[in-house]
Design a protein around this ligand. Structure first.
Ligand code: G3I
Length: 337
């Protein structure tokens, strides 16, 4: 309706995006998305298991629908994600006899070949249309001595899959593609430093990485905004771009509480924190090219099922698609108590 658009307010500083499913390109959803955002990402439709559920069988319908919608309305598209340990078909990690892969030279070659095939197929379809790519997602595990997640990818290839994924994407997606390494809790000093060292070493080897994606699934009470800012500055010091790729703000401080209704006072605190966060993004606008919110309305958020089924309201619009205090804090903070 007649409320200011978020991309009108922030578009001069960074692109502003939202995560959607294919059905959210239609009706009232589609209108809300195209009004407020100038960038979209698929919440699930471009993950490995969605695009290639079994070997050589590509399913493009939902991804194409999102791409069509974005092109029709002039929205940028972030690709999420070429490589991940989750939401990847089991077939990817089976050997030539259909058994779970063990770490042999033969399996390593097979897996890296499959990775290349997947990336080349996706890039052939969307190069030049999609410019920002999450090449690898969540490869860091700060509880490992070397900081590397012990995924199937890692067990079979070591860290070679990361290097290969970036090199193949650069070749296949074209020189204008901007390639990201994406992760969560990038503000935590230990995790941040493992990620920093990995990226620094890969850059030194000539691996084409353009930026770091900070998922930013944060809570009302933590982390401190200054910690997020320090992380952005740290990666910027490597000459890298930063994107805030999956922002939402859960209201709970632990994994077990459950509210029947959410007190209004919490939504007001949430609004002020969203504003403080965006003020930081504005300060760092030279180092941040995109801020994407992981969902559009509180009726469609992964936090209603994770870590337990419970009511949460982490986004800018409510379940009836009405602007919340959190939106108003960004658009006109005089409207927030
Ligand atoms: O597709 C099936 C559908 O066929 C079935 O009927 C339905 C029943 O539960 O499940 C559907 O799959 C669900 C899928 O979302 C699509 O809706 C999965 O169960 C569910 O686990 C999956 O959750 C997604 C989650 O990633 C999986 O890890 C969330 O929607 C998605 O928001 C979330 O996104 C991740 C990012 O990719 C990476 N960073 C963290 C972020 C939040 O977890």
């Amino acid at each position: 309706k007649d409320i200011p658009s978020l991309h009108g307010l922030y578009g001069g500083q960074f692109s502003i995006g939202t995560a959607i499913e294919a059905f959210q390109t239609e009706g009232a959803y589609g209108e809300l998305v195209q009004k407020h955002f100038n960038s979209v990402v698929a919440g699930n439709a471009m993950k490995p298991i969605s695009l290639q559920p079994s070997e050589g069988q590509f399913h493009w319908e939902e991804a194409d629908q999102i791409v069509q919608f974005a092109r029709q309305h002039g929205l940028e598209i972030r690709f999420h994600t070429l490589v991940w340990h989750n939401q990847t078909g089991d077939w990817m990690f089976k050997d030539k006899n259909g058994q779970p892969m063990t770490p042999t030279a033969e399996n390593k070659k097979l897996l890296l070949d499959r990775l290349e095939t997947h990336i080349r197929a996706v890039a052939a379809r969307y190069k030049n249309v999609i410019t920002d790519w999450d090449v690898v997602n969540e490869v860091i595990d700060p509880d490992q001595p070397d900081g590397m997640r012990r995924s199937k990818w890692y067990q079979i290839t070591g860290t070679d899959y990361i290097e290969k994924a970036f090199r193949v994407t650069r070749e296949a997606a074209g020189p204008n593609a901007r390639l990201f390494i994406n992760d969560y809790n990038t503000h935590e000093p230990k995790k941040r430093d493992f990620l920093y060292n990995l990226v620094r070493d890969l850059l030194a080897k000539g691996v084409p990485i353009d930026g770091v994606g900070h998922q930013s699934h944060i809570r009302l009470e933590f982390p401190a905004i200054s910690e997020i800012e320090q992380s952005i500055e740290k990666f910027a010091s490597l000459g890298l771009d930063n994107q805030i790729t999956e922002l939402d703000m859960g209201l709970y401080s632990n994994d077990t509480d459950r509210y029947e209704t959410i007190p209004e006072s919490m939504l007001i605190r949430q609004a002020h924190r969203y504003r403080a966060l965006f003020d930081m993004f504005s300060r760092q606008q030279n180092h941040i090219s995109n801020v994407t919110i992981w969902g559009t309305d509180d009726g469609n958020t992964w936090l209603s099922t994770f870590p337990i089924a419970r009511l949460d309201k982490p986004l800018l619009f409510d379940e009836r698609l009405k602007a919340k205090y959190a939106y108003w804090a960004l658009a006109d903070s005089s409207k927030v108590p």
